[in-house]
Write a protein that binds this ligand. Structure first.
Ligand SMILES: Nc1ncnc2c1ncn2[C@@H]1O[C@H](COP(=O)(O)OP(=O)(O)OP(=O)(O)O)[C@@H](O)[C@H]1O
Ligand SMILES: [Mg+2]
Length: 326
């Protein structure tokens, strides 16, 4: 079973150093992605999705972060947490790539889009370094695949000359240039209108399916996750609270937080808007001892305040971390 896992995160914690002490954001989470599998990571803003994936790519500012002992991120069996800089370079160049949530930060403002895309191709090893025409053609195709016309003009533009949505699409196109075994897409459609968003999701899906790649899709939208991925992990305040098959989450959500999230999804059958989930994410500097959802939970009991709920498998492949099910 575990040999089919491309990425296997075990017991990962990530703490940020702040002037008030450690912000214990990601707290002992475990998740895995199989080879050729597509998974979704959903949860509200600030719950630690980007932090988790930056830990996988090791792009967090390591002087400002503490990763407690026992955290393991296995990629093809090798632990990313302990990789040296040469191994990390290899990982990012050949095996994993991430579409960033903030495209302005991912693009270099002083180089044109063309220079940046061609650089990626030059170092990918996919082309002979002198094959400029071949690389240019590949870049044009990638730009068209994210529904941007006139690739010539785009290649000559600097990032500030493009709209926010175009920059986001360029980041996606750049990742598509050199498909890796693992693609992490961090909210890849948030700045885009729905038709372009849908086209981009389709492009991502066909890329990973045709080439048998693995995908981690981070999204706020449960609807997007259901359409695109095989399994969904629901994250709340740095904990994984539930994980199951994407369709099962819609028909049989177990965790009160997942149930609340689903109630917020508008339905065609009507029924009005839900009240949402009352309250907000707790402080990470002084997080609750037990379940981090306890103060928003309709079923909260004493044990929830004092102990972290263990993750239990309620049915094959469907796990939940809640004392209601222990
Ligand atoms: N460099 C940092 N230093 C201190 N705290 C940080 C840092 N980066 C993120 N955080 C905190 O970590 C928490 C999780 O942030 P993260 O960006 O991982 O959330 P997210 O789930 O990706 O949210 P969103 O859906 O809004 O992108 C937040 O409370 C955030 O303030
Ligand atoms: Mg994020």
């Amino acid at each position: 079973m575990t040999e089919n896992r491309l990425l296997d995160i075990q017991n990962l914690s990530v703490w940020y150093k702040t002037y008030r002490g450690y912000a214990k954001v990601v707290d002992r989470i475990s998740l895995y992605v199989g080879k050729g599998e597509k998974i979704g990571l959903v949860g509200e803003s600030g719950c630690g999705k980007t932090t988790t994936m930056k830990a996988v790519m090791r792009t967090l500012d390591e002087s400002a972060v503490h990763t407690p002992k026992g955290s393991r991120i296995l990629f093809g069996g090798q632990d990313i947490v302990g990789m040296n800089s040469r191994e990390l370079l290899e990982l990012r160049r050949k095996h994993a790539s991430m579409i960033s949530q903030s495209p302005m930060a991912a693009l270099n403002p002083v180089f044109t889009i063309g220079e940046q895309m061609l650089d990626v191709l030059k170092f990918s090893g996919l082309f002979d370094k002198k094959d400029k025409a071949g690389m240019k053609k590949a870049a044009h195709e990638a730009i068209r695949s994210v529904m941007i016309p006139d690739p010539e003009r785009i290649m000559d533009s600097y990032p500030h000359q493009l709209s926010g949505g175009m920059r986001q699409r360029i980041c996606i196109a750049t990742c598509l240039l050199t498909p890796r075994e693992l693609l992490i897409a961090d909210e890849p459609g948030t700045a885009l209108d729905v038709t372009v968003q849908e086209q981009i999701h389709k492009t991502l899906r066909s890329l990973v399916e045709e080439k048998h790649r693995s995908l981690i899709m981070i999204t706020h939208s449960l609807g997007v996750a259901r359409e695109l991925v095989d399994r969904i992990y629901v994250m709340y305040a740095g904990h994984i609270v539930e994980c199951c098959n994407a369709r099962e989450l819609f028909t049989n959500p177990l965790h009160p937080y997942a149930q609340g999230l689903l109630e917020c999804v508008p339905r065609l059958s009507g029924g009005g808007l839900s009240a949402g989930i009352y309250g907000y994410i707790p402080s990470y500097v002084d997080p609750p001892k037990g379940c981090r959802f306890f103060n928003r939970c309709p079923d909260c009991r004493d044990v929830c305040r004092n102990e972290k709920p263990p993750s239990v498998e309620k049915s094959p492949g469907h796990t939940v971390a809640c004392f209601n099910y222990v």
